[in-house]
Design a protein around this ligand. Sequence first.
Ligand code: HEM
Ligand code: HEM
Length: 228
Amino acid sequence: MALMFIPLAVLAQLLGLTAVALISTWLVKYLDGFAWDGSSKQFNLHPFLMVIGLIYFYGNAIIIYRIMAGLNVPRLAVKIAHFVLQLCAFICAIIALVAVFQFHNANNIANMYSMHSWAGISTVVMFGLQLLCGFLIFLFPKFPEHYRTLYMSSHVFFGVFILGLAGATVLMGIGEKLAFAGNYSELPKAAIIGNVAGVTCIGFICIIIFIVTNPNFKFQGYEHVNNL
Ligand code: HEM
Ligand code: HEM
């Protein structure tokens, strides 16, 4: 079973990078690309940064413990890499939120009216709290061992749960944006690319969760490298 780790980790990278490439192609080729000017080009930064941050960086941050354990990297370095990747994901998400809120305000569009926006804000708030708790409890000031052990199972549960929520939010967002175009039911090329991008994000998340919930991928050295 452990033999499957490398192919799965490679597949995760391929799916993650494909999702980013497809979202970029959709936004640049069919939706006018990017700008920071209050126009729909500014809106386009929202899906772009969300997929890079809350899907690609987030997923990689989660499996980095399994990847680095195999390479015997010192435990503190792995923890810092895990934290820095999650921080990058959070920064992308905040810029993506500013982009869409400013776009709505500049064009007199109501804020927070959709299921997507409610699921999205819940995702970002929970992600921010998880980042804060993880930082305080595991890194600095770093709680005593008893509390770290107590918190660990919730940290892993919410780490996986929030990734799933991010996936659901992305699907709703892509569906909504495609529906705004008015010709979704004719399945134009833009819709095919958007739909495939969404499904690819879900494939990426599936592989990440499969890896992180599988005890066979806690390799020799994992406990040594990652003891709390
Ligand atoms: C996990 C990733 C995402 C999160 C957390 C998220 C979050 C949000 C939030 C909170 C809003 C409300 C902004 C406002 O009301 O001013 C919003 C709006 C929007 N987002 Fe996302 N989003 C994500 C990904 C995406 C993706 C990939 C797309 C695809 C195009 C997208 C499309 C939209 C659209 C069309 C709106 C405006 C309509 C609405 O408010 O529902 N989002 N998003
Ligand atoms: C939003 C931010 C975060 C998310 C979503 C998250 C998610 C996760 C997940 C899913 C795991 C399980 C990994 C595995 O079993 O291989 C994990 C493990 C861990 N995380 Fe985080 N994490 C976040 C932030 C942090 C921060 C800031 C720290 C502080 C350095 C941290 C420290 C740890 C530690 C020490 C482990 C245990 C690894 C082991 O099994 O030995 N996390 N995290």
